[in-house]
Design a protein around this ligand. Structure first.
Ligand SMILES: [Zn+2]
Length: 98
């Protein structure tokens, strides 16, 4: 499928790609109004505070993005099940000799 030639509103480059912008970096320069930003914030807050497991993970990841302070420790991996003749200790899976 071909798109008609158009001029990128950001850098004035001629292109035949989908959408008005020539590249991802140009498309990402869109400015949001204060009202739009508030709507995005409200939605984010609603998602982060709805109490589901996913919201807890998102909230944790969001807080972990802070650039100051020590990084959060990575918890040991927990398998959803333990195979036969094995046990978990110190976050590692151990197999018992038969
Ligand atoms: Zn461009």
């Amino acid at each position: 499928m071909r798109y008609k030639e158009k001029v990128c509103p950001k850098c004035q480059t001629k292109h035949k790609k989908r959408g008005p912008y020539c590249s991802r970096s140009c498309g990402n320069t869109r400015k949001h109004t204060k009202e739009t930003k508030q709507k995005i914030a409200n939605t984010q807050r609603a998602i982060l505070t709805n109490g589901s497991d996913e919201s807890e993970v998102r909230k944790y990841n969001y807080i972990s993005k802070r650039s100051h302070g020590d990084p959060d420790p990575i918890p040991p991996q927990v398998l959803p099940y333990t195979p036969e003749n094995s046990f978990l200790q110190d976050g590692d899976l151990w197999f018992e000799d038969k």
